[in-house]
Design a protein around this ligand. Structure first.
Ligand code: MLT
Length: 323
C-alpha cells in the first residue's frame, strides 16, 4: 500500500481495469487519478492475463473474481470494486489471502432495486407480460388474464435491509399488509414503517406474496427449497430481485407445477444468463427479467460514482489509514 502511494506521488499512475460497463461520471472520476482500461466480455484467461498489470479491478455481477484471478495478479491487485451491492461474485477469502481490499457501492441502487421489485409484483399480479405477448400476437384474451388484487393481501419481505425496507414502504402505499423476516433487522426500524418482524416460518406460511431481499451467503443458499415451499400457503406468489441462488430452482418448478406457488417474478438466476431451455424461465406462470434491478439511468450513474470514490479511496490509502 505504502509503495503504491509512494509510486503515485512520484508520478506513476495506478492502472484500473473496468471489466463491465460503468457510468461516465464514475469513469471520469477514475481518470483524474489513474489509467483506466475498459475491457468488457473478457474470458477468464484474458482477465487473468490483464490483471497482473492492474492495481484495481471494477466489476458488476457478470465478472467472476475467482481465486485464479487473485493468484494471477502476482500481488499487484490492491482493490476490487463491485459496482453494486452484492459481493457474492468475488472470492473474499482469496482476496484477504492476497491482501486485496474489496469495496462495493452499498446505497446508490437501493431505490432502483426496490422499484423493480414493485414493478415485478404488480406486473405478476396482473399478468402484464403474458397479456402483452398475447395482444402482440394478434389475440384479445380478456378472460384469460384475470389477475389478483394486492390491496389487503399479506406481503412477507424476507431480508429487511435497505432494499427490503423500501419495498415494504411502497407495498404499504399499495394497501398491502406487510410483515418481514430478518434476523439482523432492528424491530424499531420495522415498526417505524408499520411492519411487523416475524419468525421465518410465520412469514412464509401466512404470506400471499413473498419478496426476497437477502444477500446470497452459505446460510441463505437454497433457503427456498422443497421443504420451505411445502410450508407456504397454496397459491402464494414470489418475487426475487435478490440472488437466484437463494432459491432451489428445480424445487420452484415443482412448486409451480403443483400449484403451491401460483406465480413467480424473477430478476435473478442461479446461472446468469440462465440456459435457453430453462424450465423455470419458460414456465407459463413465471415472468422474468435479465437482472435489471439496478438498471436505471439514475442508479447506474450513482453506483459508478460511489464505486469510483471507494476504489480511489482505497488506492490512496484512505481505508488503510482508517482501518
Ligand atoms: C447489486 O448487487 O447491486 C445488484 O444485483 C445490481 C447489479 O449486479 O448490477
Amino acid at each position: 500500500q505504502r509503495f503504491l502511494v509512494f509510486a503515485t506521488m512520484m508520478g506513476a499512475k495506478p492502472t484500473i481495469l473496468v471489466s463491465e460497463k460503468l457510468g461516465d461520471a464514475g469513469l471520469e472520476l477514475l481518470k483524474t487519478f489513474a489509467n483506466v482500461d475498459c475491457s468488457y466480455n473478457l474470458s477468464l484467461e484474458e482477465l487473468c492475463t490483464k490483471i497482473s498489470l492492474c492495481d484495481a479491478l471494477i466489476v458488476r455481477s457478470g465478472t467472476k473474481v475467482t481465486r485464479e484471478v487473485f493468484e494471477s495478479s502476482s500481488g499487484r491487485l490492491k482493490v476490487v470494486g463491485r459496482a453494486g451491492v452484492g459481493i457474492d461474485n468475488v472470492d473474499l477469502s482469496a482476496a484477504t489471502e492476497h491482501g486485496c481490499l474489496v469495496v462495493n457501492a452499498p446505497t446508490a441502487n437501493t431505490i432502483a432495486a426496490a422499484e423493480h421489485g414493485i414493478a415485478l409484483l404488480t406486473a405478476m399480479a396482473r399478468n402484464i407480460a403474458q397479456a402483452d405477448a398475447s395482444i402482440k400476437s394478434g389475440k384479445w384474451e380478456r378472460s384469460k388474464y384475470i389477475g389478483v388484487s394486492l390491496v389487503g393481501k399479506i406481503l412477507a419481505v424476507i431480508g429487511f435491509g435497505k432494499v427490503g425496507s423500501e419495498v415494504a414502504r411502497r407495498a404499504k402505499g399499495l394497501g398491502m399488509n406487510v410483515i418481514a423476516h430478518d434476523p439482523y433487522a432492528p424491530a424499531d426500524r420495522a415498526h417505524a414503517i408499520g411492519v411487523e418482524l416475524v419468525r421465518f416460518e410465520e412469514a412464509i406460511s401466512s404470506a400471499d406474496f413473498i419478496s426476497l431481499h437477502m444477500p446470497l451467503t452459505p446460510a441463505t443458499s437454497k433457503m427456498f427449497n422443497d421443504e420451505t415451499f411445502s410450508k407456504m400457503k397454496k397459491g402464494v406468489r414470489i418475487v426475487n430481485v435478490a440472488r437466484g441462488g437463494v432459491i432451489d430452482e428445480d424445487a420452484l418448478v415443482r412448486a409451480l407445477d403443483s400449484g403451491i406457488v401460483a406465480q413467480a417474478a424473477l430478476d435473478v438466476f442461479t446461472e446468469e444468463p440462465p440456459p435457453r431451455d430453462s424450465k423455470l424461465v419458460q414456465h407459463e406462470s413465471v415472468i422474468a427479467t435479465p437482472h435489471l434491478g439496478a438498471s436505471t439511468t439514475e442508479a447506474q450513474e450513482g453506483v459508478a460514482i460511489e464505486v469510483a470514490e471507494a476504489v480511489l479511496g482505497a488506492l490512496k490509502g484512505e481505508l488503510a489509514a482508517t482501518a
